[in-house]
Design a protein around this ligand. Structure first.
Ligand SMILES: Cc1ncc(C[n+]2csc(CCOP(=O)(O)OP(=O)(O)O)c2C)c(N)n1
Ligand SMILES: [Mg+2]
Length: 423
């Protein structure tokens, strides 16, 4: 494999795990696949209904077959696109932190620093009509999908020029134009939405006979994999062979809860084969490895071969949100992952393989710095939403007492206060 990226991240061995004396999970022998310590066994279902399903094929087997070991994984142009996207994600988030602490944005703000290889590795392979669903850690997925830095920053500032006209804020980035189907504050909420989007693509193609090979990528965290919606959607996606990729961003923590303490089997990728779809583990600090896995998964989905579960092992470089002082995670663990910064790794690969020189990369960094600065100026100068926008798109009775058969708010009925209710 022609990647200069460093060795793999063992999932195990955090100090948290040691303190709790959890039994070590038995790992299969190390595999050279994309630097992963785990390999995906090819499992064929041997129960009575196996004939209904397609055999489960490991994504990495396909990747191995196709990749000669001595060729570069990307062209110069692709490398520069990846680098620019990751720099955009990082610079944008660093700027968010500054703006948050200056009081320019309100509510919770969850940053993506450290996880850029996942967003970039997947989304830069997608077309505009493909869909992306994210979580509350969604700014960078929106940027990778093409939503402008101006629109995302303005949304964070609560301004009318934001991608949701200031009504969504940090956790709800949405853009119909870019098929960015939302950040979702409730964990797991996005997974059924993504499954629905994938169902739409299949319905268009197979029932309406439209020329549609759109795929959907759903991003969510390790903690979310303990949520029921994840399992329900894996089942439906496998059953209907939907064009979807479930991407777990396993950053080893769910706020202050270690993945190893909260999950019966911490190897999330194994849940794919359990539902009849490929599951793969990939080093999520290495954008080239993520991209190789993403290519295969996206291609399978486009060909109508169904869903894939991808577990990207990654790490967030900041606290859970900007309100989190990040005192729980062990300093040694943080330092270990900081040394594997995905942007530094890509830069090293580009330079060592003569795909780019320092000057070209600096030019990109400067361009992105200017773009992010300009986005802040734009957001700052943009107007607040008008008061009339307040109740737009609110379908519930804003006064909280229901709507009567005459279509009027119950509380406006003079008889309303005759009972026990007090308005
Ligand atoms: C349904 C629901 N339950 C609980 C929460 C509170 N909550 C917010 S973030 C979070 C942890 C999620 O961790 P993970 O899925 O690993 O994502 P990460 O923050 O690490 O990206 C929880 C439990 C929530 N937002 N939604
Ligand atoms: Mg997590």
């Amino acid at each position: 494999m022609a990647t200069a990226f460093s060795a793999t991240l063992p999932l195990h061995g955090s100090s948290q795990e040691n303190r709790l004396l959890l039994p070590p999970t038995r790992l299969p022998p190390p595999s050279s696949f994309l630097g992963s310590t785990r390999s995906l066994p090819i499992r064929r279902l041997n129960h009575a209904h196996a004939a209904r399903r397609s055999p489960v094929v490991a994504v990495q087997e396909i990747v191995k077959e196709k990749k000669p070991t001595n060729s570069l994984l990307i062209t110069k142009e692709e490398g520069l696109v990846l680098y620019e996207d990751m720099i955009l994600g990082r610079s944008f988030e660093d700027m968010c932190a500054q703006m948050y602490y200056r009081g320019k944005m309100f509510g919770f703000v969850h940053l993506y620093n450290g996880q850029e290889a996942v967003s970039t590795g997947f989304i830069k392979l997608l077309t505009k009509s493909d869909s992306v669903v994210s979580t509350y850690r969604d700014h960078v997925h929106a940027l990778s999908k093409g939503v402008s830095a101006r629109a995302v920053m303005s949304e964070l500032f609560g301004k009318v020029t934001g991608c949701c006209r200031g009504q969504g804020g940090s956790m709800h980035m949405f853009s119909k134009e870019h098929n960015m189907l939302g950040g979702f504050a409730f964990i797991g909420e996005g997974i059924p939405v993504a499954t629905g989007a994938a169902f739409t693509s299949k319905y268009k193609r197979e029932v309406l006979k439209q020329d549609c090979d759109d795929v959907t990528v759903a991003f969510f965290g390790d903690g979310t994999c303990n949520n029921g919606q994840f399992y329900e959607c894996l089942n439906m996606a496998a059953l209907y062979k939907l064009p979807i990729i479930f991407v777990v961003e396993n950053n080893l923590w769910a706020i202050g809860m270690s993945h190893l303490r909260s999950t019966s089997d911490p190897e999330i990728w194994k849940k794919g084969p359990a539902f009849g779809m490929p599951g793969v583990h990939v080093d999520g600090m290495d954008v080239l490895k993520v991209r190789e896995v993403a290519k295969e998964a996206v291609t399978r989905a486009r060909r109508g071969e169904g869903p894939t579960l991808v577990e990207c092992e990654t790490y967030r470089f900041r606290g859970h949100s900007l309100a989190d002082p990040d005192e729980l995670r062990d300093a040694a663990e943080k330092a270990k992952y900081a040394a594997r910064d995905p942007i530094t790794a890509l830069k090293k690969y580009l330079i060592e393989n003569k795909l780019a020189n320092e000057g070209e990369l600096k030019t990109i960094e400067k361009k992105i710095d200017d773009l992010v600065e300009e986005a802040v100026e734009f957001a700052d100068a943009s107007p607040q939403p008008g008061r009339s926008q307040l109740l737009e798109n609110v379908f519930a009775d804003p006064k909280g007492f229901g709507i009567g058969p005459d279509g009027r708010y119950r509380c406006e009925d003079p008889k309303f206060t005759e009972g026990t209710a007090q308005v």
